[in-house]
Design a binder for this molecule. Structure first.
Ligand SMILES: Cc1cc2nc3c(=O)[nH]c(=O)nc-3n(C[C@H](O)[C@H](O)[C@H](O)COP(=O)(O)OP(=O)(O)OC[C@H]3O[C@@H](n4cnc5c(N)ncnc54)[C@H](O)[C@@H]3O)c2cc1C
Length: 396
């Protein structure tokens, strides 16, 4: 683009989705101004890095759309443009090597999220992206062919087009506080309410049980809710349960009137196999030892059974199908991500709001959810890529 023909693109939200959109818009020659309410960029990205930044997943890309639960065609299309391999290649350009770790998850090798973010911001500044921090978007108004963006405290911008990447509603201290829907509602854009996703659940543990099991992991189990079974781990906490297995069942549990899990503490061995192994043994303690049950599973089986002196066959039935009533999801502020946000039907394939031409969206502010395992950041990078590319094409 010639300097005199340079268009201004405002990107609001300096999380991974907004940074990626800004990167592509700047690469296409636009003048990009990136604003965020926080004093610095990528605060949730840095929090994600605390537990090891799981950038994406190494399973075949064909499996990815199902992880996002709805809109498989759209996801196929978005991932065709910028899938897991492209994300790893992008990191390599920033001199961040990635590797495939446990459970096929992809991580930056020996690098902290902070190093990646620093290298990324340096590159963005190098391509002329201007940053404005401490600016909270409070209103969007069409002025002729341009958009006016109003921020608090007292600041305004005029832009030819906009990318919004304002995030979801979990971990509000990082800046994604889910307060933006009113700005879009003023322009007729519909959103689904935010709910906690990838979160723990409350369980009313009997006091005697909690004393013995708090902090214990339950490994190599499978968990079923409403007919859907997932394998993984759980962690018993003071308030209930955390862990990948329960996170993945979140959408199903939220839809149940009385959310309940059935836990199989020994999914690798059939009930017949467990009975056969203990045929010659007479005491429950010998059975537990032989079945190699974890301490947490033993306490749950002993203390949460209606009849504490169960027959061997009944005990096996119970450990293969242990029912657990859940109370409610943990508060959204603690959740890894949120479901809810702008409805897909409000967006074109290019991620432009149909009711607000020239305004594009990216990241967790769109109504999608995905399990942990790198699918969240992958979703932010894929939608950020599409929004950044589309906004530049829109203006050219
Ligand atoms: C503890 C934790 C661990 C995680 N680990 C992983 C992981 O390992 N792998 C993975 O894939 N995902 C992980 N995630 C999820 C991942 O971090 C998020 O999905 C991702 O950061 C969302 O990116 P985003 O750009 O859409 O939004 P965000 O990163 O939330 O950024 C949104 C930005 O918008 C700004 N903003 C909001 N409203 C306004 C406004 N009105 N005006 C101006 N600015 C505004 C905010 O300040 C914020 O900077 C984790 C999340 C948490 C909380």
């Amino acid at each position: 683009m010639q300097p005199e023909a340079r268009k201004t693109i405002a990107v609001v939200g300096a999380g991974p989705a907004g940074l990626r959109a800004a990167e592509l818009a700047a690469a296409a020659g636009a003048h990009v101004i990136l604003c965020d309410a926080q004093p610095s960029a990528g605060r949730k990205f840095l929090i994600a890095g605390r537990g090891g930044l799981n950038l994406t997943h190494n399973e075949p890309v064909e499996n990815f759309p199902a992880r996002y639960r709805t809109e498989p065609e759209r996801w196929r299309d978005l991932l065709d443009d910028f899938g897991p391999d492209a994300l790893r290649a992008w990191a390599a350009q920033l001199e961040i090597e990635t590797y495939v770790g446990t459970s096929n998850r992809v991580f930056p090798r020996g690098q902290k999220a902070a190093s990646l973010l620093r290298a990324w911001l340096r590159r963005l500044r190098g391509t002329g992206v201007e940053f404005r921090f401490g600016k909270r978007l409070v209103g969007l108004t069409k002025e002729g062919v341009r958009w006016r963006l109003d921020f608090a405290p007292d600041f305004a911008l005029s832009a030819d087009a906009i990318v919004l990447a304002l995030g979801g509603a979990s971990w509000p201290d990082t800046g994604s506080d889910g307060k933006w829907p009113a700005i879009l509602a003023a322009n007729g854009v519909e959103t689904a309410p935010f709910v906690a996703a990838n979160c723990g659940w409350n369980v009313a543990w009997p006091g005697a049980v909690l004393e013995r099991v708090e902090g214990l992991p339950l490994k190599n189990l499978s968990v079923t809710a409403a007919g859907e079974t997932v394998s993984g781990e759980l962690l018993i906490t003071r308030y209930g349960l955390e862990g990948g297995a329960i996170y993945r069942l979140g959408p199903i549990l939220r839809a149940m009137a009385r959310p309940e899990l059935q836990i199989d503490f020994k999914p690798q061995v059939s009930a017949e196999g467990l009975l056969e192994r203990t045929r010659e043994l007479s005491s429950p303690n010998e059975w537990y030892r032989t079945w190699k049950l974890s301490p947490g599973a033993i306490v749950l089986l002993k203390h949460c059974s209606p009849n504490e002196s169960l027959e061997r066959a009944e005990l096996v039935r119970r450990l293969k199908n242990f029912p657990l009533q859940l109370q409610s999801p943990r508060p959204i502020a603690e959740a890894i991500s949120s479901a809810g946000g702008v409805l897909w039907r409000e967006l074109s394939d290019r991620l432009m709001l149909k009711k607000m031409p020239g305004v594009f969206l990216a990241g967790e502010m769109i109504d999608w959810e995905a399990p942990t395992g790198g699918y969240l950041l992958q979703g932010c990078f894929s939608t950020g890529t599409r929004a950044g590319r589309s906004v530049a094409e829109y203006l050219s």
